[in-house]
Design a protein around this ligand. Structure first.
Ligand code: CUA
Length: 430
């Protein structure tokens, strides 16, 4: 007690600081619909996980209040009220009370049963698609790479061109943006190419580890169309925190349209326009003029956010816009970018169906221009951010393969004109 009297100012300060910190922490709890909040479930699996959290939370709170209440009661009722109490002999000690002990054992078992039943049934439920919904299941394979996600669609067959220009079938995969049909159960096979990652879409389902040499899986369903944030939830190296992805759930027609568009080989913007196309978009035919229009890109501060507030306000709207070609495309630059993609060795790591590029080390880019984000969900997919990424990927995602095993190992240098052409090419891939 003496310590507290002499330092009463100090203790009051500590008290005030704790109260402020507590208020701040609590206020975090009230922001429940943030983009990665598990308190805003949009599907049955996430709902079940949240329900289980609340059961555990209420049981723990009940125990905390009962035990804390008894403790507080004892401390106040039996406190020393003066010098005499402080030096008094301790009262006679009891040796066990069968009623209290049996009641405590019973209460503990009851608490465990109350938590255990929904936990076990939740584990069963989230393990696999319920038998009655099996027939409607859509299959996806998600693979973790340092540091991005690859999504294969084993049920779809895409098209590509063989060296003679003939259309042939190819497997379909995409990266970092998982587009799914809303309302249907999605069975996700979880794989890893390197270290342990973890697949988590807080509003839909997760988290389940993606482990090397072990096939894990989970299932999820988005109740209605929407745009959801995902995140790798297992420390997997220096850029773990920026290993993100998106899930875009679409209604049946939108999803079909998306699949049909994605099955096509890479979009071509003809350098010499025919009459019909000249009307549709301004076309610049010669490369000299292309150079004259070399674009300005804004510069970014280190660690500057990769999103505009407009994108944040409505990512789904942004996604829809990204599905169609942007105005003011520059065919000559696009063609130049297509050639540079090979010349600068980008093609040895990335696949672009129909353009003859078949690398498998990095993300598939056949329709990269139709995605809302790049760099594993870290940057908004627009010209400035794409330029930022191509210009210095190490400043955005430290240690990434494109920088270490690409730019540095192969001593790749890009001039501002090269970067401009590559940005134009990649943005044209709708
Ligand atoms: Cu992948 Cu953390």
């Amino acid at each position: 007690m003496r310590l507290f009297n002499t330092t009463s100012k100090f203790s009051r300060l500590i008290g005030a600081a704790s109260a402020a910190a507590g208020t701040l922490l609590l206020s975090g709890c009230f922001w429940l619909d943030g983009p990665q909040s598990a308190f805003d479930p949009n599907g049955p699996v996430a709902q079940r996980q949240m329900d289980l959290f609340y059961v555990t939370c209420w049981v723990s709170l009940f125990i905390f209040v009962v035990v804390g209440g008894v403790l507080a009661y004892a401390m106040i009722k039996f406190r020393a009220r003066g010098e005499a109490d402080e030096h008094a002999e301790p009262p006679e000690q009891g040796h066990g009370n069968p009623l209290v002990e049996i009641s405590l054992i019973g209460a503990s078992v009851l608490a465990l049963v109350i938590i255990g039943i929904p936990t076990l049934s939740g584990i069963w439920y989230s393990y696999d698609v319920p038998i009655e919904d099996k027939a409607d299941t859509y299959e996806i394979t998600a693979t973790g790479y340092q540091w991005w996600f690859k999504f294969d669609y084993p049920g779809e067959t895409a098209q590509t061109l063989d060296p003679t220009g003939k259309v042939v079938n190819a497997p379909f995969s995409t990266a970092n943006e998982l587009v799914i049909p809303a309302g249907r159960p999605i069975h996700v096979n979880l794989r890893s190419i390197d270290v342990i990652h973890s697949f988590w879409v807080p509003k839909l389902a997760g988290k389940v580890d993606m482990m090397p040499n072990r096939g894990n899986h989970l299932w999820m369903r988005a109740d209605k169309p929407g745009y959801f944030w995902g995140q790798c939830a297992e420390f997997c190296g220096e850029s773990h925190a920026v290993m993100r992805f998106r899930v875009i759930a679409l209604g049946p027609k939108d999803f079909n349209d998306w699949v049909n568009a994605q099955m096509q080989p890479a979009r071509k913007v003809p350098v010499v326009a025919d009459a019909g196309q000249a009307k549709a978009q301004p076309v610049v035919a010669d490369a000299a003029q292309a150079k004259a229009q070399f674009a300005d890109y804004r510069t970014f501060r280190r660690n500057e956010a990769g999103y505009s507030s407009k994108f944040d306000a409505s990512p789904m709207e942004a996604w829809r816009t990204k599905q169609s070609p942007e105005p003011g495309e520059h065919p000559a630059l696009i063609e130049q970018g297509r050639v540079l993609f090979q010349a600068k060795t980008c093609a040895s790591c990335h696949t672009i169906r129909g353009d003859g590029y078949i690398g498998v080390v990095g993300p598939e880019l056949t329709h990269v221009g139709a995605r809302t984000t790049i760099a594993a969900g870290l940057l908004e997919n627009n010209r400035d951010e794409l330029h930022r990424w191509i210009h210095a990927p190490n400043e955005v995602k430290p240690g990434n393969t494109m920088w270490v095993a690409g730019y540095v190992a192969n001593n790749i240098k890009l001039t501002p004109e090269d970067e401009d052409a590559l940005v134009n090419y990649l943005q044209s891939l709708k």
